[in-house]
Design a protein around this ligand. Structure first.
Ligand SMILES: *Cc1c(COP(=O)(O)O)cnc(C)c1O
Length: 400
């Protein structure tokens, strides 16, 4: 059956048929504990009652109106989302359907902002090595990983990748005559959970402000409360200890808890760059996604819920740090990477193969973050006893 798919994914030998909370069940009824949330998408786990209710009720009302109009539910979602990101300086939103599309929108805003203010030639967008910003031709250009840069050229021009942490190089690269924007993940996800230092973020914020270079945070994986603040970069403060402000923020993945959704949020400088006709998306702001997104925001963005993500994350990280097979643990909240001696992929495979009905054994779903890194992005709703079960299974997988 699988050969009807294009061969783009290295798929594991499992086909899922049902989900419940932190668990997925395959077509044979075997049970798997989900430590990956479908790559940071199922923030509220599977089959979450409030999410199911909102989606089904919305489906019964109407599924889609085009962007000639607005809808009650997408207006409400936009309002709540802008409010949630207002502490980071956000004023309005454009809805897309995916992360790549959100970053495309961000790059378009950056290019136009700079063109209108400074004229031709100041269009470069700087990003970091190891970053991941999407799979379209332009967001591949933005992605600072060589392995994605083959076979598909010519790519969109005007992107430069520099290593994170090098403040001198950053200062040189953020040339105010050439650079429109700096696009950065506060915590890189895809390349194995890489955190940026406070000094580097402060330097970036300062240089961007001084040179009128837009500071754009890709919060597609690290945002939405996963690290304990609504946006991951909100944990970084400016040199006076005040919250940092961004010029643009992109969100996707868990934004609608499993329904496709993406968003570009704009601050004071950038909120009026797009004019009528500049950008669009048929499905952007889709009512089903908006109804789901409202539930996500309402559930996730409370101090108690965010604090729980931190507590659960620390519980996982402290257990991982005690594991002798693990060399290094990095993370914030429920965004965790663990470097191991051996390759990560066989461990991930073993997590699937462990599921066995005759032995009454469950599987464990883990993600990879590069050749030797295991990546954990559990649902926020995971229970303490599930964390403990998952850690036990992991221990067993690593001991084989
Ligand atoms: C997943 C991801 C993207 C791309 O999102 P898609 O929805 O797959 O297009 C972009 N940036 C980051 C940080 C991501 O993790």
């Amino acid at each position: 059956m699988n050969n009807v798919f294009m061969n783009t994914y290295n798929r594991l030998p499992v086909t899922f048929a049902k989900g419940e909370g932190s668990w997925l069940f395959d077509i044979n009824g075997k049970k798997y504990l989900d430590f990956g949330s479908g790559i940071a998408v199922n923030l509220l786990g599977h089959n979450h009652p409030a999410l199911v209710k909102a989606i089904t009720e919305q489906a019964a009302k109407y599924l889609h109106v085009c962007n000639y109009y607005t809808s009650d539910v997408s207006s409400a979602f936009a309002e709540k989302l802008v409010e949630a990101a207002s502490g980071a300086g956000m004023k309005n939103v454009f809805f897309a359907n995916s992360g790549a599309e959100a970053n495309e929108g961000a790059c378009k805003i950056a290019r136009k902002y700079s063109l209108l203010k400074y004229g031709q030639g100041r269009h470069t967008i700087v990003t970091l090595k190891g970053s991941f910003h999407g799979r379209t031709i332009t967001t591949l250009s933005a992605t600072g990983q060589e392995k994605f840069h083959k076979d598909f050229g010519p790519f969109t021009e005007g992107f430069i990748h520099i290593p994170g942490g090098d403040i001198d190089l950053l200062e040189k690269t953020l040339d105010e005559k050439k650079v429109a924007a700096f696009l950065i993940e506060a915590i890189q996800g895809e390349s194995g959970i890489v955190l940026q230092s406070q000094e580097f973020i402060n330097a970036a914020a300062k240089l961007c402000a001084q040179r009128d270079i837009l500071l754009m945070f890709d919060e597609i994986q690290c945002g939405l409360g996963r690290t304990g603040t609504f946006l991951a970069f909100e944990q970084y403060k400016d040199t006076n200890g005040n919250p940092l402000k961004a010029d643009i923020i992109t969100l996707a993945k868990g934004l609608a808890g499993g329904v496709p959704a993406g968003a570009v949020l704009a601050g004071e400088k950038t909120k009026e760059v797009f004019k009528i006709g500049d950008h669009g998306s048929t499905f952007g702001g889709n009512p089903i996604a908006a109804a789901a997104g409202l539930v996500v925001l309402k559930t996730v963005n409370t101090p108690e819920f965010l604090a729980e993500n931190v507590r659960k994350g620390e519980k996982i990280m402290s257990a991982l740090r005690k594991n002798k097979k693990i060399k290094e643990v990095r993370g914030k909240g429920l965004m965790i990477g663990a470097d191991i001696e051996n390759e990560s992929w066989p461990v991930i495979e073993a997590g699937i193969k462990r599921a066995d009905l005759t032995k009454n054994q469950n599987g464990l779903l883990i993600l990879s973050g590069g050749a030797n890194t295991l990546r954990f992005l559990p649902p926020y709703t995971i229970l303490d006893n599930e964390i403990e079960q998952g850690l036990e299974i992991l221990d067993e997988l690593l001991s084989c």
